[in-house]
Design a protein around this ligand. Structure first.
Ligand code: MN
Length: 336
């Protein structure tokens, strides 16, 4: 029989004392940030002090907006004086997920990914939850804590992000958490975070994408040249899916020594993951879901095939590879 929420809360609290200095270490994304905020709130006035530390540098503008608008104080892991702490917590991750976690002996792990850790004094792993923030909401409710607007908004945004805006794997438990949080959420802040996905310096990639895109049989092909982060390819690929005749968008960019290729489609009788594997699998890791996929090809595997600094040549290569592997008789071959 599963343990009740008040029982879990009590066991969680059993691992902390008033003298404790607690470090919550996260791989910062909306769900992890919100879950860390919830742990901090649960431990408020119960321990001596609590610091949230991120092991990753926050680059995504929406994540940066979340940290700023919700006033989440975080210290980058390399700036943490770890000898100051005696208790270590992670949420939305498990110790094996990242090398940066290896230096710590965790007392508490709360997560919704498949279980990969053992011998943790307190672990609460629930893979059937869409978000760790949903688990944390149950802890807050069990503790009879009324969340502040910032905490509720963070948890709300974390659940929303991890469940793909409720289009993906949202479970009853996630919906229940949202129902509870909704009465405390600041929707303006939530919307502002969500709408902060673009940085000013990203706009030039949209400009060149619009100018240089090649449209073939409902497929938009775009090569962005060098990009500072693969996220730009994702943003551009998603953007082109909003254009009416586009059924597929295939967007590539050079990042470090890889050619990143993002595939999106409208999901109607199409399979992006399969297309990615069949087209690009021979060059490097490739795969994904029905409507979203990516390939990450080491440049050394393809630099003899075409001139990679030439955007036109790269697009021609993308078109060739996709069209040759999917065949000309695919069911979405309407001329545009
Ligand atoms: Mn998560």
């Amino acid at each position: 029989m599963s343990t009740s929420a008040p029982e879990k809360l009590r066991k969680f609290y059993d691992h902390f004392e008033h003298e404790d200095h607690v470090l919550i270490i996260i791989n910062a994304d909306p769900d992890a940030i919100a879950s860390a905020m919830a742990v901090k709130r649960l431990l408020w006035r119960k321990v001596s002090n609590i610091t949230i530390s991120n092991i990753n540098i926050i680059k995504r503008p929406d994540n940066a907006a979340m940290v700023k608008l919700l006033k989440v104080g975080m210290v980058y892991i390399e700036d943490v004086k770890r000898e100051k702490y005696n208790k270590f917590v992670t949420v939305d991750s498990q110790p094996g997920h990242n090398e940066a976690f290896a230096d710590f002996k965790f007392d508490v792990v709360i997560d919704h990914h498949p279980k990969t850790c053992d011998k943790i004094p307190f672990s609460d792993i629930r893979p059937h939850y869409g978000a760790t923030a949903s688990i944390m909401t149950e802890y807050l409710r069990a503790a009879k804590i009324k969340p502040s607007a910032t905490l509720a908004t963070g948890l709300f945004y974390g659940i929303k992000t991890d469940t793909g805006g409720f289009e993906a794997k949202a479970q009853t438990v996630d919906i229940k958490a949202l129902q509870f949080l909704f009465q405390y959420v600041n929707l303006h802040i939530s919307r502002k975070i969500q709408q902060s996905e673009l940085r000013l310096d990203f706009l030039k990639y949209f400009k060149s994408a619009i100018e240089d895109m090649r449209m073939r049989r409902g497929r938009a092909f775009i090569h962005l040249g060098h990009v500072p982060t693969p996220d730009i390819c994702v943003l551009v690929a998603d953007f082109f899916m909003r254009v009416n005749p586009v059924k597929w968008s295939i967007v590539s960019g050079h990042c470090k020594d890889k050619l990143i290729i993002i595939l999106r489609n409208d999901g109607l009788r199409k399979n992006a993951g399969k297309a990615a594997k069949e087209s690009f699998g021979k060059f490097g890791p490739a795969g994904g879901h029905k409507s979203a996929a990516r390939a990450e090809i080491p440049c050394s595997h393809i630099d003899s095939l075409f001139e990679m600094n030439d955007c036109k040549a790269t697009v021609t290569w993308l078109v060739d590879v996709i069209e040759n592997s999917s065949g000309k008789k695919s069911n979405d071959s309407e001329e545009t």
